[in-house]
Ligand binder design. Structure first.
Ligand code: F6P
Length: 327
């Protein structure tokens, strides 16, 4: 019999497709253990303000397939202060919430770890971010949908690139990580993929583009991770435009931006989110705290929160090699 009676669930940081599926799994998983579930609105901001609603089985019906987050999200500056965290702990105690499930990325999990050290309210994290930059899970909730969205858009850009014999620099999200760029570049057949995990000199990029454009004598798509060390797509385009050898190349930039964050989650994200939501509740009632649930090699794994951001998940070198072979 678990010592928990009432748990809180919240989504925080950048929204990611599949967060709703995860909230649904947390709520329904917790109800099966006779727990009450409180939805904390707007992440840590709502925790500080006491902005909370009770969630039952029906509150989470019909959300599995939707993007965004019914609980809303925020990046809370106030929670970064001790005073903000004290106020949040007061609200949770007032509501008699004795455990938390945090759905979000590294900022969310870092916040949860500090909060646990200071106020000892057990928290289990679920990895929810399109960036896939968390150690302890092969994929994060939202990553697969974001990659699919990026690929659909790269396919569309390909039509114009091909029709006009243009070079397109397509920038995708990922913050400091290149997972979205690598996967969407490979799946979208990009001629070149620039990611922060591999260092490439600008001269080398230019040389490779000239080679591609003369060999294909057509169009090329370069997928650029927003965190690439050479800068985003606009910076790279500026460097090219200043170079006379690019004067005959018809160059365009397309920044995919937040369209990668929205939309219905893919089957893969729905299933991952459902597994992780239920696993997070199980972990909490088994007495785990300050851990993140993940799926590694198709098995549920718990990772101490501090490892999630201090260790780097390896980028798949085989996929990098494929982008170099298949363009
Ligand atoms: O972490 C998710 C993410 O979409 C990153 O890929 C991106 O750098 C960032 O959030 C953008 O954040 P915001 O929506 O706050 O501008």
């Amino acid at each position: 019999m678990s010592s928990f009676k009432k748990i809180g669930v919240f989504t925080s940081g950048g929204d990611a497709p599949g967060m709703n599926a995860c909230v649904r799994a947390v709520v329904r998983g917790a109800i099966k253990h006779d727990l009450k579930v409180i939805g904390i609105l707007r992440g840590y901001s709502g925790m500080i303000d006491g902005d909370m609603v009770e969630l039952d089985d029906q509150s989470v019906s019909n959300i599995l397939q939707t993007g965004g987050t019914i609980l809303k999200s925020s990046r809370s500056g106030r929670f970064m202060t001790e005073e903000g965290r004290r106020a949040a702990a007061r609200q949770l105690r007032k509501e008699r919430i004795d455990g938390l499930i945090a759905i979000g990325g590294d900022g969310t999990l870092k916040g949860a770890a500090i909060f646990y050290e200071e106020h000892e309210i057990p928290t289990v994290g679920c990895p929810g971010t399109i960036d896939n930059d968390l150690y302890g899970t092969d994929e994060t909730i939202g990553f697969d949908t974001a990659v699919n969205t990026a690929i659909q858009n790269i396919d569309r850009i390909r039509d114009t690139a091909d029709a006009h014999d243009r070079l397109f620099l397509v920038e995708v999200m990922g913050r400091d990580a290149g997972y979205i760029a690598l996967h969407s570049g490979l799946g979208g057949g990009a001629e070149l993929v620039l990611i922060p995990e591999t260092l490439t000199e600008m001269d080398e990029v230019k040389r490779r583009i000239h080679k591609l454009m003369s060999a294909h004598a057509r169009s090329s798509i370069v997928v650029v991770a927003e965190g690439d060390e050479l800068g985003g797509a606009s910076e790279i385009a500026s460097a090219m435009r200043e170079d006379d050898s690019f004067s005959n190349i018809d160059l365009r930039v397309c920044i995919l931006g937040h369209i990668q964050r929205g939309g219905a989650p893919t089957a893969r994200d729905r299933i991952l989110a459902s597994r992780l939501g239920v696993a997070a509740v199980d972990a909490l009632i088994e007495g785990h705290a300050n851990v993140m649930v993940g799926v590694v090699n198709n098995e549920i794994k718990l990772t101490p929160s501090k490892n999630v951001w201090s260790r780097k998940k390896a980028i798949n070198n085989e996929l990098i090699r494929l982008t170099e072979i298949l363009h």
